[in-house]
Design a protein around this ligand. Sequence first.
Ligand code: GDP
Length: 452
Amino acid sequence: MPLVHEATIAALATPSGESAVALVRVSGSESARLVGEIFGATPRPRLAKHCDYRDRQGRVVDDVLFTFFAGPASYTGEDSVEIGCHGNPYIAQRVLEDLFARGCRPAEAGEFTKRAFLNGRMDLSQAEAVMDLIHARGERALEAANRQLRGALGRQIAASIERLVAVVAEVEAHIDFPEEDLPPANRIRLLGDLASLRHDTGRLLATAHYGALLRDGVRTVIVGEPNAGKSSLLNRLLGWERALVSPEPGTTRDFLEEARVLGAHKIRFIDTAGLNPAPAPLESRGIERTLERAAQADLFLLVLDASRPCPTLPPELAGRLQAANTVVVWNKTDVAAPGQLPSGWRGFAQVRVSALVGNGIEELERAIELLVDKDLLKLDGDLIAINARHATALAEAGECLEAAERKLRDQAADELLASDLRGALEALGRIGGRVDHERILDKLFSSFCIGK
Ligand code: GDP
């Protein structure tokens, strides 16, 4: 049953600007009346109809294609209309002004999706996935958003909530009957249930890192000696002259950042100041900042000049480079053959390129993609990537579960135990946006014969 919102809302659903078509969306209880008034037509759900849009003065604004959706089987769960007009911002504006004059009010940001959530068409994690879907700039991000939109995260959380509700119900039943403490055998069983629940929330929590990689992009820091060809390589990877290339060492004193989609991923390339062992004062600051960037990197491209001996890296950086997060890029292979990597670097992916000529760039791109998929995302099944809000809730749920386990073990009072369990339940419920106390009561009454 859709919730009744007083206002019927309207907004442009496509970017304003000239385009083939623009879509104006309307949602609310007045939708059917508006269709009758504007188009002189009886609203027939899901049937696109070609009509003149006439404003309140009867002037034709445009010929449009409109579709009426009857609630609750609509995006928002309410009656709604989509009006496709010619993609002229002036026409879209005229249509909107007319709709406002007829009693609609401008929709707030996200209000259509908010109504979809409030009307039970989707849970909060799905509503968030709508935004992820719009912002996805790589195949993996798209995959994760689509999965979440189809309820993958919501289902996992719902399953955990279901199990937790059973535990809460059992504990609370004993609170209601103080003469019957939780028997030791039950305590042991519940301990097992809680440990398994905590394990599941922990596994989901671990995907927060993937979420950041997919949504924000993989922070890939390009490091190496001055003049190794880092800026030239950045330009090659981007396909345009983003960075200044100069034969003078120490030209890049600050860092440059530019993102592109590489295969299935959004990669943020960050060019840094060269790691000069004997820097000038201004260069030193650049190197400091390089090391700061390196501390936040997901991935490194270590650019080595093939015509020079392998450099010694500052220990702060060397300590961060691992086979799982670094591609060694031998540059300038048009003029020299690469040397040997020190023995400690065994297992690192190595690619030979010439940033000047453009050789080896595709191999480098493949090596980056492989590292992201295999070592950063560790893709080995369903891709679920939670966001920061989910992570906060999951971490809180994990802490509450741990506290509950401790209380169970210490034979603490059932009331205290129940309070931690409810905390965990509330935290998990926040992910989908629903904390349903009714369900605990239902469970309690149905499976524990309270009426005895
Ligand atoms: P950075 O200081 O590491 O950013 O290096 P740059 O990209 O500014 O390049 C330093 C110098 O090396 C410039 O003169 C480039 O033209 C040159 N260079 C860069 N890549 C190559 C390459 O693959 N081959 C050759 N021969 N020269 C290169």
